[in-house]
Every structure is written in structure tokens, then in C-alpha cells.
Design a binder for this molecule. Structure first.
Ligand code: ADP
Length: 275
């Protein structure tokens, strides 16, 4: 807060902590939410929804109550990955989220539109407003860990989501073929502006395991994630291989049946860092 603070945030250009507070949307009065983790990426297609889902599944297997708020409004893939369908219903407490077979609560625009193929042709403020409503109007009953599949990039929409949902930390998802250094720099900067800790980086599409000899092949060339993580003092929480089984399970809406335990260390890290 500046010394000349007038306490009128609407006319102030400063990005101080108290302003961030003032933009946070109140959650539904009946919600009870523990930790809220945002999953961010520099662009679409790097596996942000995959990481969000795998984190929730891993926490859920620890007997913790999990939820996913799908804030990726223009590319909502979470309901498909968990095989849940809308429409969701509401009562005087608010909108009840869908619940997956293993008990993860889910809210996504695809649970509100008539067909999952309906495109969302909305401008930024409408998208950001919808995400805010997923926080304020949905009745998130007894959630220990909520994972927010953030809109990709660092533009207006992710920024508004950052400002309106009280995140306890973010996880940055990268892939080896990206300009990792730039992506991480931007995400770290955005998190600093919003006063949200970066919990670490997950590298997706890291390698392909040869089905015959087990050798790990770096399909996209050598990874630079360790150097970049060291530069920013961040942990690499997980390296996820290219795994057709995971893709198939997503297509079948059955990722909860995954056998891979690649996110266990990431789940340990979250439980330790946010204890
Ligand atoms: P994003 O949320 O960043 O747009 P997704 O999580 O939707 O990306 O992933 C994009 C596509 O890649 C999906 O079809 C998904 O099933 C597939 N995919 C993601 N990660 C992996 C992986 N590690 N192995 C195989 N397929 C993957």
C-alpha cells in the first residue's frame, strides 16, 4: 500500500496486496474449501488439464476430498477426462458441482452448455465473469484440495482469474519443446504481482519409454527444465512421460483408472509446502 493510499482501489493503478484482497470474490456461503491450487501454462495443448486431473486423482487416492474448477472456459476438457456429464443443477444453496466416480467434484462450462461441442464465442470479461461465478455460485461442500485448470497464457482472462480466486499457490506446466525460460519467467512474474507462491514446475511430454527395452527417449530433444527451475529457485515437481495409455484413458473418460504414480512426489511436495 502506498503512503498516499486513498483506499479507493477503483482509481488507483498500483498493484499492492490490499488491492488484490479487494478484488477477491467471496465464495459461496455454504462452501468449505481447504487449499486452492492454480495450474498454469504458457499456451494450450501442453497438458495443463492432464496435470490438473492427475493431481486431483493422486490427492483423491490419499483419501482427501478433491475438486476441480475448470477455468479454461474456451477449452474445457475436465468433464470429458472424468466421464461426467451435465447439466448440473442448483437449489437455494447454489449450483451443485458434478461428482466423478471416485468423488472429485467438478465444475466446468461444459456442464452448462447443451452440447459439449458447443463453442464458446465470448469476450474476455464474460469469460472471467463466468469463472468468478464458478467460485461464488457453486456450492463446494467439504473440499480439502481444489485444483483450478487456469486459462492458458498470461493475458487478461488468466489475470482476472488470478485476482478473483484466492489461490494458495500455482504449478507451472511446461513441455520440452517450449521456450521454457520465457514461459516460466512470465508465470513467475504474474504470480509475484498477485502475491501467490509458485509451488513448482511439472514437465509434461518429457520422454517416451521404449516398450521393448525401457529406454527413455527424449522425443523433443534435451529438457532445459532443471536449469530454468534452478534459475528461479523452483522445484521440478514431476516429469510426465508421453504415455498413450493416459491419452486413451482421457478419451474414454476414465483417467481415474490410471496406474501411473508419476504425480506422487508432486502431491508430497504440495502437502509439505502448504501444511
Ligand atoms: P491443455 O490443457 O494444456 O490444453 P491437455 O491436458 O488437454 O492440454 O492435453 C492435450 C492433449 O494431449 C490431450 O489430448 C491429452 O490427452 C494429451 N496428453 C497430455 N499429456 C499427455 C501425456 N503425458 N501422454 C499422452 N498424451 C497426453
Amino acid at each position: 500500500m502506498s503512503e498516499e493510499c486513498t483506499h479507493d482501489c477503483s482509481t488507483c493503478s498500483s498493484n499492492c496486496a490490499s488491492k488484490k484482497e479487494s478484488l477477491l470474490a467471496p465464495n459461496n456461503a455454504y462452501s468449505s474449501i481447504g487449499k486452492v491450487i492454480g495450474i498454469v501454462s504458457g499456451k494450450g495443448g501442453v497438458g495443463k488439464s492432464m496435470v490438473t486431473s492427475m493431481m486431483a486423482i493422486t490427492m483423491n487416492r490419499r483419501e482427501l476430498k478433491t475438486a476441480i474448477l475448470d477455468a479454461d472456459i474456451t477449452g474445457p476438457s475436465i468433464p470429458k477426462i472424468f466421464g461426467v456429464k451435465g447439466p448440473v443443477t442448483g437449489d437455494d444453496k447454489g449450483i451443485a458441482p458434478a461428482v466423478s466416480k471416485m468423488g472429485t467434484k467438478i465444475m466446468s462450462l461444459n456442464l452448462l452448455v447443451p452440447e459439449e461441442t458447443t463453442p464458446v464465442v465470448w469476450r474476455g470479461p464474460v469469460i472471467a465473469g463466468t469463472v468468478k461465478q464458478f467460485w461464488t455460485d457453486v456450492y463446494w461442500d467439504q473440499v480439502d484440495w481444489m485444483f483450478v485448470d487456469m486459462p492458458p497464457g498470461t493475458g487478461d482472462v488468466p489475470l482476472t482469474v488470478f485476482q478473483s480466486i484466492p489461490l494458495d499457490g500455482i504449478i507451472i506446466v511446461t513441455s520440452p519443446q517450449e521456450l521454457v525460460s520465457m514461459i516460466v519467467a512470465k508465470a513467475v512474474r504474474m504470480a509475484q504481482l498477485m502475491n501467490v507462491p509458485v509451488l513448482g514446475i511439472v514437465e509434461n511430454f518429457s520422454y517416451l519409454k521404449c516398450p521393448d527395452c525401457g529406454k527413455e527417449i527424449s522425443v523433443f530433444g534435451p529438457s532445459h527444465v532443471d536449469e530454468v527451475a534452478a534459475e528461479y529457485g523452483l522445484d521440478v515437481l514431476a516429469r510426465i512421460p508421453i504415455d498413450p495409455t493416459l491419452a486413451n484413458l482421457c478419451d474414454k473418460g476414465a483417467l481415474e483408472l490410471m496406474e501411473c504414480d508419476v504425480m506422487e512426489a508432486a502431491a508430497d511436495a504440495l502437502e509439505t509446502k502448504l501444511a
